[in-house]
Design a protein around this ligand. Sequence first.
Ligand code: RIB
Length: 274
Amino acid sequence: SLFKRQSKLVGLLLPDITNPFFPELARGVEDELQKQDFRLLFGNSDENPEKEQAYIETFLQNQVVGIISATQTSGMFNQEQPAVPTVFLDRTHEGRYTVYADGREGGKIAARELVRRGSRNITVLKGPGHISPVQDRFLGAVEVLAASSVDFQVIQMASLTYEEAEERAKELFRQYPATDGILASNDMTAAAVLHEALRIGKAIPEEVQIIGFDDIPMSRLLFPSLSTIKQPVYEMGKQAAQLLLKLIKKEEVAEQIIQLPVSFVERNTTRKVK
Ligand code: RIB
């Protein structure tokens, strides 16, 4: 026939699959694509624009019919319209199809919960500012803290790797020994902070309360189990895949940006209140 057979391949670009947030996100994408017989190619960008670019080129050489990207470097996505339908997932790009969770609200909820449960000297571990979900949750938290009567300070992280989180956690307790509440950029960071707090003999949650962000499966398994802000991670992946499939099939889509809600999950790194 004159019709060119289209591939059923989709490229998925993630920042770093060693953060358990991303496998769950990928699983949501894959399960949904599978239902319509689409398959995935995948790569880690490591927040590196050259790696991102190289993957996009490889995806296109392999005739992907769409791309889902959870990355946000200064790479080609920011300059040009992608050559195939593209959906951004977790991270926002001005004017592009996006599925993400309400990080701003999440940051507010986390700050309110710490204050409500009695923390009076709060340290915010701030992730890299170019990562939009991380920046959103930071802005939300600071908005609430600045309007409250508690003391707070911010520690800036250059990356969200576990290694850096461990370093910053050590620094945190050296620099701010009176801190009694910590808002971490994500659950991986929170896990490193919890580990360090216990190592130096802090009672959790009596002396220090900690709230993470994401609700990765690991957060239930920590001891004490981690209170956190839950993102609907699997659902985010699923909805990104659904949106991409509509774009590939040139079906009408109702909204360019889909924002999903977040919620507080109370576990044992925060104190109980009535
Ligand atoms: O990319 C790092 C973080 O952004 C993840 O842990 C998750 O919080 C995401 O929104």
